[in-house]
Write a protein that binds this ligand. Sequence first.
Ligand code: M6R
Length: 609
Amino acid sequence: MCGIVGYIGKRQATGFLLDGLSKLEYRGYDSAGIAILEKDGPRVEKCMGRLDALRKKIEGRVPTGTVGIGHTRWATHGRPSDHNAHPHTDPTGKFVVVHNGIVENYLSLKEDMLAHGEQFSSETDTEVLAHLFANYYKGNMEDAVHRVLKTIRGSYSLAFMCAAEPDKIICTKKDNPLVVGLGKDENYIASDIPAIISSTRDTYIMNDGEIAIVTADGVKLTDLKGNPITKEIFKVNWNAEAAEKGGFEHFMLKEIYEQPKSIRDTMRGRVNGKTGKLNFTELNWNKDFLKDIHKIFIVACGTAYHAGIVGKCYIEQLAGIPVEVDIASEFRYRNPIVDKHTLTIVISQSGETSDTLAALREAKRLGSHTLGVTNVVGSAVGREADQVVYTYAGPEIAVASTKAYTTQLLVMLMLAIYMGNLKENLDSALSEDLVKGIVEIPELIHRQVESVDQIKVFARKYGSAEDAFFLGRGLDYAVALEGALKLKEISYIHAEAYAAGELKHGTLALIVQRVPVIVIATQEDIYDKTLSNIQEVKARDASVIAIGYEGDEKLAKYADHVIYIPRTGKYLAPLLSVLPLQLLAYYAALTRGCDVDKPRNLAKSVTVE
Ligand code: M6R
């Protein structure tokens, strides 16, 4: 979590940093700060709260200077406060650091420093870095940074600046993302591309253990020993507009509406609607490779984990390979039975989620073949997995994941079809039907998200509820999990998803008059069972909103309300049935006056354990 940004050039740095931080606020937003190298040294301005609070704080007394670093924070060590906000400095104020990550050994370092009489002004781990930087500085900033990196343990992306060498910013990373942007007579650093995309598309995506010495004229790259390294420039293939709200009130809404495009982009070059054929040129697996895979693990967190649960149904049913789905933070510590006959698929929008990355590394260590499914080219998952399949959702800024989820579902479905065909487990007519069905999905999504008025009414009607339940069976249950997460994440309504048949084993006790129960009923083979479950909750006076296919008149007889989705096949239904759930969560959050794009206590990218 946390976002860092830096500028060095001829422009005033403050404007650039504030603008960059506004694009990184999704990474953390409990405090913000900047440090600008003014004539007589670094001037730090920081405060608790959103970036706007910082803007107000410096109104009429904006720091002036052409070199600076900035930070937007998601608190780990020390509660949100002015003191704990970054940047941090040494006691002289001449050495400045911004940090995203955790310094694991900071306490012992701090105790040593305290024993030597050093004073601290925050509770953060990062302040220790500023002290180290100052203590190690003997006239050469690069040497001091090398020594800091040798001393600390943990995860970080870091930017250093000091009064004695005002012509440079030094940055580096381990386990947290960092990009260096290349401009003309100016250069930039950031945690993520949106912060710099309005100035450049030419970037270095930094790897662990690489250091960038960034000046206005150029960027020198070295390893941790100071040996020069060369790196390819990565040209970003999207523009600033893609990272803006584009007329929508929130990023989340924009991203919901972008799903036809993101689905189209993700299937492009992989499916052929005319022939019904599908391929993954990036994988070139064959029958023998899959014969050797006895089991698949899908590992992820949050929404990506929910996509994994759908993926399990797809792969088991279409490819006939057993699949286990694991929460990444569990997988990494539970000694999973993984070996060279397993394939571990990790799913991560950002490709930087700490637990997912650790799980990926653990799977590799145990000898598993690994496949990353990620949305961010150049991300850690993209670099470290043996093979990678990209979703092409475009930048997802809202904390609540929407378009990334549906592209993950699509990739899982395409992978299942690909594997089913290679294994000759999948009937060729079904395979063709599925591929042709996939091609029609963007248009169906478009139709679905346009019919939103009914959902706005439900959001108003049930927006004051304290609890909500989401039910479904099979693939519908997997989607219910995602619907419940969306609702609680942004509207703060307590929501739980249950396999519809499980409710009576305890949870039915919570079903009381008018509690909203959202039931997804698209899976025709178990449809009647789902109808019985609707009756069970109706008998306890719950208010049932059902999601079913257009033309399903039976459902209307059982439920209080029905949201209809276009009729499609069993496997494609999750790509449509999740849309009303995303919209319901969005409008419920609006009704309750919640900050949709920046829900409390959360951040987009969870790069701490
Ligand atoms: O970037 P990742 O896909 O690895 O992120 C995983 C989760 O943190 C993420 O999906 C989270 O659950 C979302 N906020 C849900 O909307």
